[in-house]
Design a protein. Structure first.
Length: 240
């Protein structure tokens, strides 16, 4: 299953690249599973896993009986939440992280209460993939592919927790926050530095707390994770 996810990560990036290269827009229909399988040279199960991830990130939307369409309301949601009006991106970044620190521990709390066995399997698969990418990055901190894969898996991990919490608003909000924060990471050029042993452990602790249906620990570890990131990023952003 881990290998399937690792391959699905690559396919996910291939699909996003295809959307950009073909200048596809919101509402456009992407090729079906069979067509994508032939186009990308992978199994349909891998295509399904990649599409599921893109759906969780609000990039794609499956319309039953019609197909899969580009949803990508990232920019639309930015407008709805007033994020496009920020002239100071550092201010936006800090505001988003403050909101995230308040919201995500409670989301993890709900997820730990509501997680099913199937939810737990999916979350553990993501954690396994993150660990692989983290080890690859330790071997070569300039490995762009591992960095991008780890970043995507990181966003998927937090989005998956929102899905497990079974609150439609959180499902929409978390990808919006993580995507905007991620853009600032890369623009500042210190994304690879934030993935250290502490953040890797935090993710594992959060995952296990949810899988053990322990809401208090899930909330505690998520808050610790957020506070750690805030402190690290505050120090780096304040230097600019």
């Amino acid at each position: 299953m881990k290998k399937v996810l690792l391959l699905a990560d690559k396919v996910e990036n291939d699909i996003k690249r295809m959307i950009k290269e073909q200048n596809m827009d919101i509402g456009d229909k992407i090729p079906n599973e069979t067509e994508l399988s032939k186009l990308l040279g992978v199994s349909r199960s891998t295509i399904r896993e990649a599409i599921r991830s893109l759906v969780s990130l609000n990039i794609l939307e499956i319309q039953r009986g019609r197909g899969t369409f580009i949803k990508d309301f990232h920019d639309a949601d930015n407008e709805a939440f007033g994020l496009n009006s920020y002239e100071d991106k550092n201010k936006m970044f800090n505001d988003l992280f403050e909101a995230r620190t308040i919201i995500e521990p409670e989301i993890a709390y709900l997820a730990a209460i509501r997680a099913t066995e199937e939810d737990k399997k999916r979350l553990r698969v993501i954690i396994d993939a993150m660990t692989v990418y983290y080890k690859q990055l330790l071997e070569d901190k300039h490995d762009v592919n591992s960095l991008e894969n780890l970043n995507d898996a990181d966003k998927r991990f937090h989005s998956e927790i929102a899905i497990i919490a079974r609150n439609s608003f959180f499902e929409r909000l978390v990808p919006l926050i993580t995507e905007n924060i991620s853009e600032v990471y890369f623009n500042k050029g210190f994304k690879e530095q934030i993935y250290d042993i502490s953040t890797n452990q935090h993710h594992s602790y959060i995952c296990e707390s949810i899988c053990e249906n322990n809401p208090e620990d899930a909330k505690k570890y998520t808050l610790e994770h957020m506070e750690y990131l805030v402190q690290y990023l505050k120090e780096n952003l304040d230097d600019e």
